[in-house]
Design a protein around this ligand. Sequence first.
Ligand SMILES: Cc1cc2nc3c(=O)[nH]c(=O)nc-3n(C[C@H](O)[C@H](O)[C@H](O)COP(=O)(O)O)c2cc1C
Length: 194
Amino acid sequence: MPKIGVIISTTRDTRFGDKVAEWFMSLANERSDLQFELVDLRDYPLPFFNEKSSNLYMPTENAEGQRWQKKVGEFDGYVIVTAEYNHAPSAVLKNALDYAYVEWVRKPVAFVGYGAVGAARAVEQLRQIAVELQMAPIRSAVHIQGGDFMQVYMGEKKLEDLTYLPPLVTSMLDDLVWWANALKTARESQSSAK
Ligand SMILES: Cc1cc2nc3c(=O)[nH]c(=O)nc-3n(C[C@H](O)[C@H](O)[C@H](O)COP(=O)(O)O)c2cc1C
């Protein structure tokens, strides 16, 4: 079964991202065709990237960077839970994406965004970054936005109250499982052919 890393991509002390990730995990764990693991960037305190090169060209020297690469490499695909900071992904997430390369290649990535416009602008940027990392960004996404986001953020509503969201999670994961299986098979057939 494909193993999917669900990445919490903000780390500030008062972040909201972990609440979204936990809600997502409760739905994702109902599936029998994918296996999920929560990966919190707080648990990987990477320094700002200061390597001689991306690990596409040269091994990473920083020990925390190596530990992060090892974790990224365990998965067949990813769901990035993302906020939008000034219409972009968080700097912490971009740094973490830069801190690996070979581990991301030929794997699918899907997005759960939250914010005024459901982090749509950050997700579009992440899709571009994913292509450069030779990933397959999934079309379907989950965007928690507008008044609903604000009400949940202010504690006036729960994510569970937004009953239109679970079908969106299902569509996104249906897409993700197709790509995860297809690319896993392709990666494995390529390595056995060597
Ligand atoms: C530096 C900064 C920039 C932000 N820029 C945006 C933005 O461009 N669009 C948006 O919808 N929300 C923006 N917000 C509000 C975030 O959507 C909100 O704070 C959200 O909870 C951030 O995710 P986090 O709590 O997981 O850090 C910004 C917040 C911060 C801290």
